[in-house]
Write a protein that binds this ligand. Structure first.
Ligand code: FAD
Length: 425
């Protein structure tokens, strides 16, 4: 196999996994990341107040399983919490609160609550040990020429106490993998080289993060389960028809919670946040006994109210020089719990095609001593990647949009119950 210089833009979960796949194939790998090192405690996780918990499922797990690392999956799976289903919270007409468990899988398989930052840090730790991997933090991609295979990065001064002028560096490469998120700079430059179809949609829903603290009243007991105020093995949903509140367990006994709601409702509550506890009592019964009203208001006032974007585009590559992966290629709304999982799966799919085309080229004429041109195989692999991956990613984007209705409303409907009963029958 001819070794090449692969550069990865973005050291999020998808970029880091792509770097690992490339490094395990012996390539010289350089990772360029806009922010400082996530493992540095002063780095605030992107868009999140602290690290958020995500639903990790088979799609993502399988991609890590095939990364060629003996430790990655063990490390990640050691600190996840299995979630066997969703727990629907509601109030009966009599005023009584209820919880209803709805299992995800008739065969009893779970999805897992995983700490996004821990998963990302594990990948960075593994990469750091590899001699053919170099990190460039505080490097922001500002330009790229995919014909000459050069890219430009603004080197940001991480020392806030002595701000100076940012400088620019030029980097040459054989292959660029753009995993720089929903507002991808790689995608922006790629659009100048290919006839890319592009569609982006902001849905009229904002999200804000809250926290259910560990169950301190019972914290001194020895049972791990008792650290949790509500069941740790569920993804909790308070459906509100037009909006919803969810909670995902964390290892320390807390829950990362998210309020999804139309912007007009946010605006009304922003105007008078003292109404928040009664709003919750009306729509998300029981939450104010898990999050005291003062904390509820403080989180609402302090934490950002962020938009949700859905992006579809195609193709994902240009020639043999560049490909985009993860949110850069298909940012999706989070209601199907598949954004990161699908991004990790992109990496597995991409490298299986790169391997396949390399193997085909090598077996064509084993007696020919002329070195194979790796860019020809990669060109064919990338064309196949865009062709097979874009329709799949578009389908997951659509399912994610549809699942918002399912989560906030259909889980309550008699039709839903009937369908589930028939499925299980
Ligand atoms: P990102 O995580 O966005 O990483 C991109 C990286 O690129 C960042 O580190 C950024 O700093 C860097 N970067 C950006 N621009 C540049 C530049 N110009 N130069 C260099 N570096 C750059 N997914 C799931 O699978 N399950 C879930 O349960 C789930 N829940 C979610 C809940 C919420 C509320 C949200 C908002 C998302 C959720 N997701 C979930 C989606 C998931 O967070 C994303 O799909 C995932 O983080 C995408 O990973 P990525 O590596 O592609 O991009």
């Amino acid at each position: 196999m001819t070794k090449q210089k692969y550069i990865v833009v973005g050291a999020g979960p998808v970029g880091s996994l792509a770097a690992l796949y490339a490094a395990n194939r012996g390539h010289e790998v350089e990772i360029y990341e806009l922010r400082s090192d996530l493992r540095d405690p002063s780095t605030t996780p992107l868009n999140f107040t602290k690290s958020i918990n995500l639903a990790l499922s088979e799609r993502g797990i399988n991609a890590m399983r095939h990364a060629g690392s003996k430790t990655l999956l063990d490390h990640v799976m050691n600190s996840v919490i299995p979630m066997s289903g969703r727990m629907i919270h509601g109030k009966r007409p009599s005023g009584e609160l209820y919880e209803e468990s709805q299992t995800y899988d008739v065969h009893g398989r779970d999805i897992f609550a995983a700490d996004r930052a821990e998963l990302n840090k594990t990948l960075l730790d593994i990469l750091e040990e590899m001699p053919n991997v170099k990190f460039y933090f505080n490097h922001k991609l500002t330009g790229a020429d995919f014909k000459r295979r050069v890219a430009w990065f603004e080197v940001r001064n991480s020392d806030k106490s002595s701000p100076g002028r940012a400088k620019e560096v030029e980097v040459s490469f054989d292959f660029m993998m753009g995993a720089d998120g929903a507002h991808s700079s790689v995608r922006y430059h790629l659009m100048k080289y290919v006839r890319m179809d592009y569609q982006q949609e902001y849905i009229d829903t904002l999200w804000c993060e809250f926290q259910i603290n560990p169950n301190t009243k019972r914290h001194n007991t020895h049972s791990a389960l008792e650290r949790f105020a509500i069941s740790p093995n569920h993804l909790h949903i308070w459906p509100g028809k037009q909006f919803m509140f969810i909670a995902i367990p964390s290892e320390d006994g807390s829950f990362t919670c998210t309020l999804f709601m139309p912007s007009a409702n946010y605006a009304a509550l922003e105007a008078d946040s003292s109404k928040l506890p009664s709003f919750f009592d009306q729509h998300f019964p029981g939450v104010t006994s898990l999050i005291p009203p003062k904390e509820l208001i403080a989180s609402f006032e302090t934490n950002p109210h962020l938009p949700l974007i859905s992006i579809k585009c195609a193709p994902y590559h240009s020639g043999s020089a560049v490909v985009i992966l993860g949110d850069a290629a298909h940012a999706m709304v989070p209601f199907y719990g598949q954004g990161m999982n699908a991004g990790l799966e992109d990496v597995r799919t991409l490298f299986s095609l790169l391997d396949k085309h390399e193997a085909t080229a090598e077996s064509n004429d084993p007696s020919d001593p002329a070195p194979l041109d790796p860019s020809l195989q990669r060109r064919a692999a990338l064309a196949e990647y865009s062709a097979v991956r874009a329709p799949d990613a578009h389908a997951i984007n659509d399912l994610a949009l549809q699942n918002y209705v399912e989560m906030r409303a259909s889980v309550l409907s008699p039709a839903y119950r009937l369908r589930k009963a028939l499925e299980e029958w």
